[in-house]
Design a protein around this ligand. Structure first.
Ligand code: ZN
Length: 195
């Protein structure tokens, strides 16, 4: 399918100069190329920043490599995957995602008492710090709620649970997945899985 591609500001400036020069010679240029709107079984590379309800930036991928995921396999939060459907490389947009389509609601019964020696990641603990604990499902991050003499109360909710998050997204690249990526259910290469 041929469509006019949306282009970045620098490229737009460059192209308008080229067009002006071309127009001078009576030549017209078309800025067209094949697009691949995001759909299932495509690998998407994107940059993002995440803001909370108070507009604080809680995470930002700019400065590192873009995040890569396999579309349609639940590899990123639901609200984000839905918002990315049908977008093209070069698109930028913002989407606000409720907890139900992000990291779930906060569970009030998720406070657990654990021995302090089981907390990993620091020597001294106080409320609000994020610790790692081993569980039967592998290592997991918890938020320290209260510290006693030998035991600590930890909140096992995901740190972003219950939060309404706004994502500012920049789609960097869209490509077809390899059969191996589809079989594994995730993207390989830069920003994806390395194994
Ligand atoms: Zn793999």
């Amino acid at each position: 399918m041929k469509r006019v591609r949306r282009i970045g500001r620098d490229e737009a400036n460059f192209r308008s100069e080229v067009k002006a020069a071309a127009g001078y010679n009576g030549v017209s240029l078309n800025v067209e190329e094949n697009l691949m709107p995001i759909e299932k079984n495509q690998v998407v590379l994107f940059h993002y920043s995440v803001r909370d309800e108070q507009d604080n930036v809680v995470e930002d991928s700019h400065g590192g490599e873009p995040n890569a995921y396999l579309h349609g396999h639940g590899g990123i939060i639901k609200g984000l995957e839905e918002a990315l459907e049908g977008r093209d490389a070069g698109d930028t947009f913002s989407v606000t995602v409720t907890p139900e389509k992000a990291y779930g609601p906060r569970k009030p019964d998720a406070i657990q008492r654990v021995p302090i020696k089981h907390l990993m990641g620091a020597k001294r603990w106080k409320a609000g710090m994020v610790a790692q604990v081993r569980t039967e499902h592998g290592p997991r991050h918890v938020v320290v709620a209260k510290v006693g003499h030998k035991f600590a109360d930890v909140d096992t909710n995901h740190p972003m649970a219950g939060r309404t998050l706004t994502f500012d997204i920049e789609v960097i690249e869209v490509r077809a997945a390899t059969s191996e990526e589809i079989a594994h259910g995730h993207a390989h290469g830069p920003g994806g899985h390395h194994h």
